[in-house]
Unconditional design. Structure first.
Length: 416
């Protein structure tokens, strides 16, 4: 078995743990943000509804800022206030409400999981982190811990990006914080620290601290309720730990949780020496030609063709203007010809590449893709018969376009 980490990286003093819990919870009671899912989790007497409310908020908050989520969350809960209501919704409705929130598979999986709870679990949410993770598709270790602690009072820790930052600073963990060894240690710590009588509040307090005080670039250490427990802060104030080994100190150069010897403590960074991460891979560059086809509708108003993306992969099931991924370094003339061929397959009639009007380029960054849309438009005179054998497609007015399940990237194309 691997040797236990040195004492300085652990919370091994019960008195310190107790003091840290008390300080953090007192701060949370004074300073917590007023958020709709918190109000619901605190006042809803039906445990099943509490679990559902926290679940929806946690899925929306993955990868998305709180300020953006609030409006989506309120509309979602108004439309589908219970698991049963969500289970009856169509995927199209879910995608329409989710449009603009990004990472669209989250909404789809949430709805699939709600259907599973209704059809296979008699409409009852699982009540422990272990069962939530095991039984609900799309619910990982973090989400399961959050639902179980906040909705059902299970004393189980959570580790998300905010918690990683706070814990790495509290205990000077400078190993790559995305490595499995460091992540395991951080979960152990979160489970040791979590308050036994108020686990949901404690977990939210730790995350809130990371979101509002112990922020990535300029943490507000002076206002921090746990600064007296923070080794990064102590190290910033008092400099490097003494060279002579003591019980608090790590072994010389071989501690798996200390910064690697090649990247020692940088005093100009202070507490932001932690956490550390291995360099991210740069996003993959992609170019896609997209064409806004416009016709006069039966009342004379312009209409635009949108087509549905495949039901799996990036932006699954969302609607977009007819689009075609392009090889890199293609000449503009060749891009037009390929797009014209693609549109011809849709419309069943020849499309002259010269008729495509170049509008401009629109850049959208997905988490792992740097996407450039090369935008064209093509006004049509007569009517067009679309091939029903191809993906679903429809003509929409401007208002219908904005109410449809379209991605933020396509809204940028529209603006162009
Ligand atoms: Fe974060 Fe500073 Fe508080 Fe330490 S003292 S936990 S670095 S805000």
């Amino acid at each position: 078995a691997p040797a236990p980490p040195p004492a300085r990286h652990l919370f091994s003093d019960p008195a310190e743990v107790e003091a840290l819990r008390g300080n953090l919870l007192a701060w949370y009671d004074r300073c917590k943000r007023d958020l709709p899912w918190r109000a619901l989790a605190a006042t809803e007497p039906d445990a099943n509804k509490r679990g559902y409310a926290v679940w929806v908020s946690e899925i929306m908050l993955q990868q998305t800022q709180v300020a953006t989520v609030i409006d989506y969350y309120n509309r979602w809960m108004q439309k589908w206030p219970t698991l049963q209501a969500l289970a009856q919704a169509s995927l199209e409705e879910v995608n329409e409400l989710w449009a603009g929130l990004g990472y669209y598979s989250r909404g789809k999986r949430l709805q699939e999981a709600a259907r599973k709870v209704v059809s296979e679990l008699a409409g009852q949410m699982p009540r422990t982190a272990e069962d939530l993770q095991k039984l609900l598709p799309g619910v990982g270790r973090y989400t399961a811990g959050a639902i179980a602690s906040i909705s059902y009072g299970q004393a189980t820790g959570v580790v998300d990006g905010n918690v990683i930052r706070v814990l790495c600073r509290l205990r000077c963990i400078g190993a790559d914080s995305s490595s499995p060894a460091a992540i395991d240690r951080l979960w152990d710590m979160a489970n040791v620290l979590v308050d036994r009588s108020r686990p949901g509040d404690f977990n939210q307090a730790l995350m809130e601290l990371g979101a509002t005080v112990c922020v990535p670039k300029a943490p507000l250490c002076g206002e921090c309720p746990v600064k007296q427990h923070c080794q990064a802060w102590r190290r910033k104030l008092f400099g490097n730990p003494p060279k002579a080994p003591d019980i608090e100190d790590c072994g010389v150069g071989d501690c798996p949780l200390c910064p690697p010897a090649t990247e020692p403590w940088d005093s100009s960074l202070g507490v932001t020496n932690f956490p550390r991460k291995a360099a991210k891979k740069p996003p993959r560059a992609m170019r896609t030609a997209t064409c806004v086809l416009e016709r006069r509708g039966c009342h004379g108003a312009p209409e635009y063709l949108i087509v549905q993306r495949p039901s799996s992969g990036l932006l699954a099931g969302l609607w977009e203007f007819p689009s075609l991924p392009l090889a890199q370094d293609l000449q503009e003339e060749r891009e037009r010809e390929e797009l014209a061929d693609h549109l011809q397959a849709w419309m069943g009639q020849p499309v002259a590449a010269k008729g495509l009007q170049f509008i401009g380029e629109v850049i959208h960054i997905f988490s792992h893709i740097h996407q450039t849309y090369v935008v064209y438009s093509l006004p049509l005179d007569g009517d067009v018969t679309l091939d029903p054998a191809l993906s679903p497609s429809r003509w929409v007015t401007q208002d219908e376009f904005h109410a449809s399940a379209v991605s933020t990237a396509m809204k940028k194309v529209w603006e162009a």
